[in-house]
Write a protein that binds this ligand. Structure first.
Ligand SMILES: [Zn+2]
Length: 443
């Protein structure tokens, strides 16, 4: 068996160093409190949140990656010699602690995005972009392992800033209602902060989420006391039409589901969880403008829209994943030799190279053609490196991961012919070393 080098968001045996991009469950499948396979590298904030998710984890195994700094690892090659691998973590702006990772070594230069959202006009994303460009300025990036969740031109939902204001406007338009918002165990904090700031109210969350909020430093904004606020965040998996209907027998209540997914409407089964119940084309619905106001006079055909798909329920296109335009800009920025999607069953899944291949490899800036780390041509070397990613479905864990899949689309709109949880696969890549030149295990 060849000796393994590094694994990212993948927790099988055989690697010498393991990297975690962020703490969402689809990236930690296989990781447990009894982990003992090797050192685990992550961001400082992920390390801080780590014991909360894995209470008895041996924390001496955690290695913190300083964002924006190169870290050097000396790993053992199959020939017994030492192999130097460098890695830099860069803010992925997806959820607290999330990073993308740039690796360079004898195998070339690889970029693993994890889940990320870099909006066009976001200062934080701009800083991360500069950091990435600095990291790869002398490199040819051989492969991007890409967050392809929304890698389809259909996905042109707005920035989180705009979507957050849409949520505020919905709440303002329901002054007598209680508001229930479905969120994950991590992520979408900025949405809740925006609501709190705009409406000058506290947000009620469930007890474990309150602990997370305190760990993140939000001490005065969140509460578990439902009597002092009409806005409540609940776990997405507990969100259902049944629940909303029950709540409405006591007090007028609306639900808001923030997600970049398109929702294709189908007959609603009352008992179904919302995340496995709908998609909608939103094709004839009002679109929200940049200031969050609805423009119902403009039928549109894309899917970046707000949707009231039930008497008590809105979906708002607030997403912690990049939309298609942002993904495209990202790939154009990096100009990798090759792309690999890290999500195997996202909605409207198409191999990322199908759309973004024209931005790979060719026409890259001349100064990037020669890497100081290269001993061979980049294309040659890229062919010598591949990864093994394991994609398979698993059962429902967190609703952020509970996406909806349409396997059949009709021209009259989206028709849901088959449901299954999306992003229910484990992620990750494992890079193996064999002989010289360093190779990767074939998938
Ligand atoms: Zn995630």
């Amino acid at each position: 068996m060849e000796s393994g080098l590094i694994s990212v968001d993948r927790w099988a045996d055989g690697s010498q160093a393991y990297f975690l991009t962020h703490l969402h469950s689809d990236h930690t499948k296989g990781l447990s409190s009894s982990w003992a396979k090797g050192p685990l590298f992550c961001s400082r904030l992920t390390a801080k949140l780590f014991p909360f998710k894995f209470p008895h984890f041996n924390l001496s195994l955690i290695r913190i990656l300083q964002i924006g700094s190169w870290h050097t690892l000396s790993l053992l090659s199959s020939s017994g010699s030492r192999s130097r691998v460098q890695v830099m973590a860069i803010d992925a702006h997806h959820c607290p602690g999330s990073v993308m990772l740039v690796f360079r070594g004898e195998f070339g230069c690889l970029l693993y995005t994890g889940d990320f959202r870099w909006e066009a006009n976001c200062e934080r994303a701009a800083r991360a972009r500069d950091m990435l460009l600095g990291a790869i300025k002398d490199e040819v990036v051989d492969i991007i392992y890409l967050d392809n969740t929304y890698c389809n031109p259909s996905y042109d939902f707005p920035s989180r800033q705009v979507a957050a204001q849409q949520v505020v406007n919905i709440i303002l338009s329901h002054p007598e209602h209680d508001i229930v918002i479905g969120i994950n165990t991590l992520g979408k904090e900025d949405l809740l902060l925006h609501i709190s700031r705009e409406l000058k109210i506290k947000i009620c969350v469930w007890p474990e989420r309150l602990q997370t909020m305190h760990l993140l430093g939000f001490n005065d904004i969140f509460t578990t006391n439902t009597s002092i606020t009409r806005v409540r965040a609940v776990p997405q998996y507990s969100f259902s039409i049944d629940t909303l209907e029950a709540l409405n027998t006591m007090h007028p209540t609306i639900g808001i589901m923030p997600s970049g997914l398109p929702w294709v409407k189908k007959g609603l089964q009352k008992s179904e969880n919302l995340y496995s119940s709908f998609l909608t084309s939103r094709s004839k619905r009002g679109r929200w403008s940049a200031n969050g106001e609805v423009r119902s006079d403009q039928p549109v055909t894309n899917i970046g829209l707000i949707e009231r798909f039930h008497e008590y329920m809105y979906s708002v296109p607030y997403s912690d994943h990049s939309n298609y335009a942002e993904i495209k800009e990202f790939v154009k920025l990096v100009r990798p030799t090759k792309l690999k999607g890290i999500v195997s069953s996202s909605t409207c899944y198409i191999e990322p190279m199908y759309y973004l291949g024209p931005f790979c490899g060719v026409n890259r800036p001349a100064q990037k053609l020669h890497s100081k780390h290269e001993s061979k041509g980049s294309v040659e070397r890229a062919e010598a490196v591949s990864t093994k990613s394991s994609f398979h479905n698993d059962n429902f864990e967190e609703s952020e991961n509970k996406r909806i899949k349409t396997s059949k689309v009709k021209s009259s709109g989206f028709r849901l012919s088959k449901f299954s949880g999306l992003r229910r696969m484990s992620r990750g890549a494992k890079i193996y070393e064999t002989n010289s030149p360093v190779k990767a295990e074939k998938a």
